[in-house]
Ligand binder design. Sequence first.
Ligand code: AMP
Length: 211
Amino acid sequence: MTTVQPNNAGNGSGAVARLLIVGPQGSGKGTQGVRIGEAFGIPVVSTGDIFRANIKEGTPLGQQVTEITQRGDLVPDELTSEIVRDRLTQDDAAAGFLLDGYPRNAVQVRHLDEFLAAKGEKLDAVILLDVARDESMARLRQRAVDQGRADDTEEAIAYRLDIYERETAPIIAVYGERGIVDTIDGTGELDAITARILSALEARGIVPATV
Ligand code: AMP
């Protein structure tokens, strides 16, 4: 499948690290994901960014997902997983990747497991950015004002947080059973949050090759 990819490839200088960052909308996972991706020299694969880029370019995929994303609903699992598999098969993801926004429910966890297991791979760590719902809502309202994102209406924000709590929060338990979840306090200064994430990964022996 050919999809428009946002330009967020890593710099290729890091070690192999297969990571997932998860948290409610407004937790700052997009911002922190980019920082961690840069630190490790691995591409950040954000399904939300891929969908937004395709909507902006008016590709067939973009047209297919415009209404779904505006409602705050999830794009069908098969389609989303196909896009991610396609992206993770590209050369720059061979040395690792950081997933942001995928997997988002139990079916997508299974799809990712199957894809990685077929290559003898697995996720190394799951970074859970912990931010209270009220704080997420406040940040998302501010982002709607600052960035004018079409999917950031008040209703859509609340709806997406509901979906997160219902469908995405439970997958953390699945990864928790595997012992790979690091829960990180997502409040405070951006640099402090990044440092918390890096030290949690370091405690697992996951360190950027260049440090
Ligand atoms: P995000 O920026 O991650 O909040 O994603 C924006 C929108 O893209 C979501 O509200 C969904 O409509 C869609 N989306 C992103 N990632 C996924 C996913 N893993 N599965 C299904 N839909 C997704």
